[in-house]
Ligand binder design. Structure first.
Ligand code: DAH
Length: 388
């Protein structure tokens, strides 16, 4: 029901039978009045004559002695109202009257602005627009005057960009991309990789268990076994993907992160192939000047195992805050695939040998783009992401 209809009914007909109902109704009236006033102010007028007419019309609608909305309220709500509601209706009506002072013609005229355009040119323009739109709708012409849609173009996430760059280097070396499940069995995640139940690394990695036999994979290495089973040897693959660990988020840890695993198996693979390939890879990614350093390490699924460091890309090896004055930044683990792991994948270690590596993509992206907090990657803040 519109305000105009409401003011012609009695309070009883409107169901306002108590103080709260009456106050709500008057609230509605005041809001309608204010809304009509402010839309006239927003609309403005194209000439003084038009302004005066618009203001007078609005004033009369509300305040005309005969038939104005306030008069109607007086007639229907106050005079015909139930006796016990009279005090509250009277008070509300007085408030409304006070609030309506701004609806007098000269009060309105002071706040309704004059628009610069002449009414003639505005009318012409809107008539022209209307006909263009109507013709365009009929299909006669397309309306070339309408502005086009500008769609904001996104870009690839920095971690995805880093992953693609790594993939590209290995694809060019003849590797192909393999993937495996993020929900993984304990067998593939640990047992098949020669990590026995008692081994401390199962605790170290703080695994997210789904049940006693199923985990969120803690690394991409289980796909080594899956790929060996599926394809046999020779095998040259990289395995990008998400991994999960029970880590608290901080500047360098995230419970979800990304790795790229590499695996090369053939009849004559040696540690020299591993060193050569990873040195080539580091130079492609970080520049020809970068040097690599291999240090002995331990992983249950490789023997011997190594830790690869690159010469610091920030200070060139001089020593700085990022490399903790050492000149070197550790970037991945690697090694010669353990004979038992080959066997677990169904490959005969007497006939074949292989190397493997695993690296953190997020960490590589942090190095490459000089970002000091891994959390930034996963907060979806456009101000951060649109820089890439
Ligand atoms: N899976 C190891 C980790 O998540 C990384 C790794 C080390 C992978 C050595 C390998 C490797 O393939 O040979 O810490």
């Amino acid at each position: 029901m519109t305000i105009d209809e409401k003011v012609r009914k009695t309070l009883a007909e409107l169901g306002a039978t108590d103080a709260a109902g009456v106050e709500a109704l008057f609230g509605e009236v005041r809001a309608a009045m204010e809304q009509e006033r402010s839309s006239l102010v927003a609309r403005g007028a194209s000439s003084e004559a038009e302004r005066d007419k618009l203001c007078k019309d609005l004033r009369d609608r509300w305040l005309a002695r005969k038939n104005g909305l306030l008069t109607q309220i007086d007639e229907h709500w106050l005079k015909l109202g139930a006796k016990e509601l009279k005090p509250i209706v009277g008070r509300q009506f007085n408030e409304l009257r006070k609030a309506s002072a701004g609806m007098e013609t000269n009060e309105l005229a002071q706040v309704v602005p004059l628009r610069k355009e002449t009414s003639a040119s505005m009318a012409q323009l809107s008539a022209q627009l209307e006909s263009d739109v109507i013709r365009a709708e009929r299909g006669d012409v397309s309306d070339l005057t309408l502005p086009g849609y500008r769609r904001p173009l996104g870009s690839l996430h920095p971690v995805t960009q880093m992953q693609r760059e790594i993939e590209e280097i290995f694809l060019n070396l003849g590797f192909w991309i393999e993937s495996g499940p993020e929900i993984e069995s304990v067998y593939y995640n640990f047992d098949a990789l020669n990590i026995p139940e008692s081994h401390p690394s199962r605790d170290d990695w703080d695994t997210l268990y789904i049940n006693s036999q199923t985990v969120l994979r803690t690394h991409t290495s289980p796909v080594q076994i899956r790929a060996m089973e599926k394809y046999g040897a020779p095998l040259y693959i990289i395995i990008p993907g998400k991994c999960y660990r029970h880590d608290n988020p901080d500047a360098s840890h995230s419970p979800m992160f990304h790795q790229v695993e590499g695996l090369a198996i053939a009849s004559d693979i040696t540690f020299a192939d591993l060193k050569g390939t990873l040195d080539f890879f580091a130079k492609k990614l970080f520049g020809e000047k970068v040097q690599t350093r291999f240090q002995p390490s331990f992983f249950p699924f490789t023997e011997p195992s190594g830790e690869v460091a690159i010469s610091c890309i920030f200070c060139g090896g001089e020593g700085c805050r990022v490399c903790k004055e050492s000149g070197w930044i550790e970037v991945m683990g690697c090694g010669m695939v353990h004979p038992q792991v080959l066997r677990n994948g169904g490959i005969d270690p007497e006939k074949f040998s292989g190397w493997a590596f695993g690296l953190g993509v997020d960490r590589f992206a942090m190095l490459k783009y000089d970002i000091n907090d891994i959390q930034l990657f996963f907060q979806s803040d456009v101000r951060f992401l649109e820089q890439f």
